[in-house]
Structures are given as C-alpha cells and as structure tokens.
Design a protein. Structure first.
Length: 181
C-alpha cells in the first residue's frame, strides 16, 4: 500500500544553484502522495537550479516557521547548500524542524545546513561523499548507503538515489502523522 499524505504540507528549503532533480523528484513524490508542497527560500520571487529549472518561492525564509509544516526536504547542489548554511533565517527554520522532531529529508550537499543547525551529533547519516568529514566532525556517523533513516532524519547521497529517497521521505511523513494545523 502506498503511503497517503493527505492534509499534510511539506516545506522544501532551497535557493539558486540547487540540483534540479533533487527538488523536482521528491516534490512530485510528496504531491503524488497527496501532500501540499511549499518552496521556502531566502531568495525573492523565483529560484533557478544549476540546470535551469525555475520555481517560484512560496514563503520567504525570514518569515517561515516549522510550526506551519509537517516535514522538510533539503535538496542539494553545492551553490544552494553553501548559501543556505550561511543564511541565519534558513538555519533557524531547519533547527525548528529538528527541535520539534518532525521529519527532515536531506540529499547530497543539502546536509551542510544540518551541521550549522546542530542537528547531526549522534545521528547516522549519508550525503555526497565530500561532506563526510564535515559531518563526522559535527558528531555524525557517516555511512555510504543509498538511503539512511535515523529516526525522523532521512538522507541520501546523489540524484542516483532519488527513487529510494523519495519513497523513504513519503514513508517518514506518513509515519509522523499530521502535526501541522
């Protein structure tokens, strides 16, 4: 049976330079499962992926609250991830999900912001291989696996892992129930 996310809202946090498929694939997966997806960004109006996909911003990171969402997805892309980890509003937004125990899906370079949010200490996680030292230095147990689920944290390495990542994110959101009002 396929998980149903009816009535749930999933935030996607990203900015220019994201890995296109790491937005579009999980976005489609959560919508196909019945959820509403919302793009949160420190950028104004529209963001552009490294391969040209454009998507309008729904909510500015400066005004976004984890209380308004059931889960969070953090796509990768080096430029996107590097910018987000230095944006204090974005870091605070991520920290809100972690502190509330809500599902967080992260792929590729997206994990950098989790380090800034203090969210990886003691967690088992995967990412793009070049982040393994950063994650280990922040207290994570880094592993090289297609998808890793550690409590409410779902992580994957690259776009090649998207089918498994998408399924795991949908399952994590479904298992968490509807927490946002």
């Amino acid at each position: 049976m396929t998980a149903t996310l009816d009535g749930r809202t999933v935030a996607f946090l990203l900015t220019d330079g994201f890995e296109d498929s790491e937005l579009t694939s999980p976005w489609s997966a959560v919508i196909d499962a019945g959820a509403r997806a919302s793009l949160v960004s420190p950028a104004d109006a529209t963001i552009t992926g490294k391969n040209g996909h454009q998507q309008p911003v729904d909510v500015p990171a400066a005004t976004a609250s984890a209380d308004d969402y059931d889960a969070l997805v953090l796509p990768g892309g080096v430029v996107n991830a590097d910018h987000l980890r230095t944006d204090q509003d974005s870091v605070a937004f991520v920290r809100g999900f972690v502190e509330a125990g809500k599902p967080v899906g992260v792929i590729c370079h997206g994990a950098w912001i989790l380090v800034e949010a203090g969210a990886v200490d003691g967690r088992r996680i995967t990412s793009y291989p070049s982040l393994q030292t950063d994650l280990r230095n922040a207290g994570a147990q880094w592993v090289d696996e297609e998808v890793v689920v550690d409590g409410t944290l779902v992580s994957s390495r690259t776009p090649d892992d998207l089918p498994a990542f998408d399924r795991a994110v949908v399952d994590a959101v479904a298992a968490a129930g509807s927490a946002a009002g």
